[in-house]
Ligand binder design. Structure first.
Ligand code: 8X3
Length: 257
């Protein structure tokens, strides 16, 4: 039973894909949501949708996770009734570029490191002290199979996700003795805008990622995230690798072509 009634969850990257699906799942389970992403317009659309569908209460927090000062200010701006975040879903992240080293764009590297790694750290750093003070909280990092197994042309993206995996472990070690839990939910192939972003908007190339196989949906991942968040306080789902039936590793996918 997924019951998050009375919890406040902050979801980063809430404006699309897995982030939006997590917001919907959490709202259905009764959580109040702080929606964080760059696009305030998209967040307000989601806020309206959730209010209509489930009566879900949402607070919209437009913010770029790459901007440390903006993250600090955004979290500090939460009104008292929204500031005690119980669950942080660190979902904001991207893959940009798919080229062999060294034929990759350094700008792409910077964007991935700044978002997937530094952005995750900034948001976590802003929220963990409150969780520790309240002795209540849950950080759920959206990792990737790419953090378990590096694949050709994945170089820096895989490195950021391996680092997210290491950070999940590090947080768990450092928060031991508090009630704050840390989970990592690590998807394989999920059909979202992920590949369009990776291939700089080349939709033909992006479509090839999922050709002849059945990828996961964002909802598949959101269900797992909501399940992790809704366990009793003494249970921590530490790490979950969720892959399509048609995928057995980061490099081996069964395609019916
Ligand atoms: C998303 C999964 O395999 O495209 O992180 O890297 S993969």
């Amino acid at each position: 039973m997924v019951d998050l009634d009375g919890s406040i969850a902050l979801v980063t990257g809430a404006s699309s894909g897995i982030g939006t699906a997590c917001a919907r799942s959490f709202a259905r389970a009764g959580a109040r949501l702080v929606l964080l992403a760059r696009s305030g317009d998209r967040l307000r659309e989601l806020q309206a949708e959730l209010a209509d569908d489930s009566g879900g209460a949402c607070y919209v927090l437009p913010c770029d996770v790459r901007d440390r000062a903006a993250v600090t200010a955004a979290v500090a701006s939460l009104p008292p009734s929204w500031s005690d975040i119980d669950v942080l879903v660190n979902n904001a992240g991207l893959s940009r570029g798919f080229d062999r080293f060294p034929d990759c764009s350094i700008e792409d590297w910077e964007e991935m490191i700044d978002t997937n790694l530094k952005g995750l750290l900034y948001v976590t750093r802003a929220l963990v002290p409150g969780m520790v003070a309240r002795d209540r909280g849950h950080i759920i990092n959206i990792g990737s199979i790419a953090g378990h197994q590096t694949y050709p042309r994945g170089n820096v993206y895989c490195a950021t996700k391996a680092a997210v995996r290491a950070l999940s472990e590090g947080l768990k070690l450092d928060l031991l003795g508090t009630a704050v839990r840390v989970s990592s939910v690590d998807p394989g192939l999920v059909e979202t805008n992920f590949s369009n972003v990776r291939f700089h908007g080349d939709r033909v190339q992006a479509a090839k990622t999922y050709a002849g196989m059945t990828p996961l949906t964002p909802e598949d991942i959101a269900e797992v995230v909501a399940f992790c968040a809704s366990r009793p306080p003494h249970v921590n789902i530490s790490e979950v690798l969720v892959i399509p039936t048609d995928q057995s590793s980061s490099t081996l996918v069964h395609r019916r072509l």
